[in-house]
Write a protein that binds this ligand. Structure first.
Ligand code: PRP
Length: 213
């Protein structure tokens, strides 16, 4: 039997994914060592391999077939736009992609002003403003702490993830518009879906049962 390889987005998502997998009998003991710096883990008996990657790289590994299955946020899937099958909403990591800024920026959005938008997600922001809102904006790519941008005058608004809303609140910013809901998703390589159809569809069916879908 060939190994089935899983690419997991490093961090909270990977931990949650393994907890879920454990419930359907997909386990990996060597992954539980929190101090380990290993990047790839094997369950020899069940022929599973797991590796941890930076979230934006997970769709890349899956598209090229270096991983058969990936677990990653919908934000990353939309931003990366890779060729893969999105097969399941895992139901955790729920949050929203939003346009946010100071209250004063609400008017600029309503009047379709030419504004600057700072974001870690330029493709999602472009799609939202150009294709859905038909508003011309200047998009500025940042790599983190996006909430800083409107505070220091780099942009009028931001497009970013809002989970509890406390980062916005503590920085005097508000949700101005909602772009889309987000959560952790399972993605599958298009060739693997055919070649390993039985094993993969069993995993999907088992996960559906425990996530009540
Ligand atoms: C994310 C996101 C927001 C924050 C939202 O940032 O970009 O800044 O979490 O969460 P909240 O609504 O619960 O406050 P993350 O911590 O991933 O770091 P980043 O700033 O490097 O993107």
């Amino acid at each position: 039997m060939k190994y089935l390889t899983f690419a997991l987005a490093k961090g909270r998502l990977a931990k949650k994914s393994m907890e879920l997998f454990e419930q359907i009998g997909i386990t990996c003991e060597e992954m539980k060592d929190e101090h380990s710096r290993k990047l790839i883990f094997v369950n020899e008996e069940l022929k599973y391999r797991f590796f941890l990657a930076k979230a934006p790289d997970v769709p890349t590994y899956v598209e090229y077939g270096a991983a058969d299955i990936g677990i990653v946020g919908r934000d990353t899937i939309l931003e990366e736009g890779r060729q893969l099958y999105e097969v399941l909403d895992l139901g955790f990591g729920r949050c929203r992609m939003c346009v946010a800024g100071p209250e004063a920026a609400r008017e600029l959005l309503q009047h379709h002003e030419l504004i600057r938008v700072a974001t870690k997600y330029p493709n999602i922001a472009k799609d939202y403003f150009y294709n859905r809102k038909h508003q011309t904006v200047e998009i500025i790519k940042l790599n983190g702490s996006i909430e800083l941008a409107p505070i220091v005058g780099l942009s009028e608004v931001i497009v970013d993830i809002v989970e509890t809303g406390s980062t916005l609140r503590e920085n005097g910013l508000q949700v101005l518009e909602e772009v889309c809901p987000l959560s952790a998703r399972m993605v599958v390589n298009q060739v693997s879906m055919k070649m390993e159809y039985e094993r993969i569809s069993k995993i999907i069916a088992d996960l559906k049962k425990i996530t009540a879908q």
